[in-house]
Design a protein around this ligand. Structure first.
Ligand code: NAD
Ligand code: WQD
Length: 337
């Protein structure tokens, strides 16, 4: 049976991806240091799928600790999720972000070389397109011009993986540029569980909906968009997770880059209105100033992934809002109950 290592597999996207791999009949090993997650997420993955996951608590920057996993398992590929991801925090703690994100990626490359593991799928981000608004983004659009250290780590790791794969015959590197993942597994057993006040729109809306936060601040209603609020390509996390299985199943020697998005732009008000309608809840909000660094509009051209990976997002905004709320209501304090 094929086997993949998910670094950061206890996190939001990693845990959903673990479910999809297991349901596709692919074995999963997870390494996580739980710096932004809980081992409970993996227990829930096992409950949902009825399958077991080999779970290691380790820092992927620690090569010896991570080597143990490569020693104990014959891996077909690594899906590298591990990393810090908070944009604002990265501005305040750039050294920590560069250290954690770059070192973990380098350790993965070194161990892949040492153990002749030939495939890597990497969690990149639409943030590599920088502040451009030449939408929809295609994969060959210019990258760089990132507005924060987090974004630069993604840009740099993409380059590291391109260089590594190009220099290493037989290796396949797939760079997946996620747009805005939201929602949760329809079981409501796993979902997004940010520590502290959420930075992103969907978890903020969820926490307002369950009364954990009083009010959503809408960052600007004077953008050049149909209703004045920011427009994003929100993608259901289950669709996104399936994109990783498709990437694994289509691995070929060399480097490939794919946008994972729906190809549709939804505004902040679209999200609020869908959430209210689908879940029959109130979302009190107030308009405040724009958030520095935000662009008006960002959405993907996902046609390359649609054709080459035979993958397409199938879930819509209503599904995202319903499933996100179901998770939040069942787990008002996330995994900390
Ligand atoms: P997350 O924080 O929920 O998951 C990351 C996981 O990595 C966490 O479980 C964390 O504990 C773990 N981790 C961090 N550093 C580690 C280390 N050195 N060793 C071992 N484990 C470590 O985040 P997520 O939303 O699931 O994101 C997963 C990946 O996708 C990240 O690389 C992120 O940058 C990228 N990404 C996320 C988004 C998004 O909006 N959520 C968008 C684009 C890209
Ligand atoms: C979406 C829209 C906000 C919160 C970020 C990262 C990006 C990627 C995904 C990792 C914007 C508005 C938000 C709030 C609001 N992550 N908003 N009130 O900024 O598109 O992308 O997450 O790679 O790199 O930058 O996502 O969810 O923060 O914002 O009005 O409390 O919601 O202004 O228009 P963003 P987001």
């Amino acid at each position: 049976m094929a086997k993949v290592l998910l670094t950061g597999g206890a996190g939001y996207i990693g845990s959903h991806t673990a479910v999809e791999f297991l349901e596709a009949g692919i074995d999963v090993v997870v390494v996580d240091n739980f710096s932004n997650s809980s081992p409970k997420a993996i227990k829930r993955v096992e409950q949902i799928t009825g399958k077991s996951v080999a779970l290691y608590e380790a820092d992927v920057c620690d090569k010896d600790a991570t080597r143990k996993i490569f020693d104990e398992h014959r891996l077909d590929a690594v899906v590298h999720f591990a990393g810090y991801k908070a944009v604002g925090e990265s501005v305040k703690k750039p050294v920590e972000y560069y250290r954690n994100n770059l070192d973990s990626a380098l350790v993965v490359c070194e161990l892949m070389r040492e153990y002749d593991v030939r495939g890597i799928v990497f969690s990149s981000s639409a943030t590599v397109y920088g502040v451009s608004e030449n939408v929809p983004f295609k994969e060959d659009a210019p990258t760089g011009g990132c507005t924060n250290p987090y974004g630069w780590t993604k840009y740099m790791i993409e380059q590291i993986l391109r260089d590594y794969a190009n220099a290493t015959p037989g290796v396949s590197a797939t760079l997946l540029r996620y747009f805005n993942p939201v929602g949760a597994h329809p079981s409501g057993e796993i979902g997004e569980d940010p520590y502290g006040e959420p930075n992103n729109l969907a978890p903020y809306v969820c926490q307002v909906a369950v009364g954990r936060l009083p009010l959503l601040r809408v960052f600007g209603n004077d953008y050049p968009t149909p209703d004045g609020t920011g427009v994003r390509d929100f993608i259901h996390v289950v669709d996104l997770a399936k994109g990783h299985v498709a990437a694994f199943q289509h691995m070929k020697e060399g480097v490939r880059t794919y946008n994972l998005g729906t190809g549709h732009g939804y505004s902040v008000f679209d999200m609020i209105n869908a959430f209210k309608r689908v879940n029959n809840v109130e979302i009190p909000y107030k308009i405040v100033d724009r958030r520095p660094g935000d662009v008006a509009t960002s959405y993907a051209d996902p046609s390359l992934a649609n054709s080459e990976l035979e993958w397409k997002a199938t879930l819509g905004l209503d599904d995202m809002c319903r499933d996100a709320y179901n998770w939040q209501r069942k787990n008002p304090n996330g995994y900390r109950d």
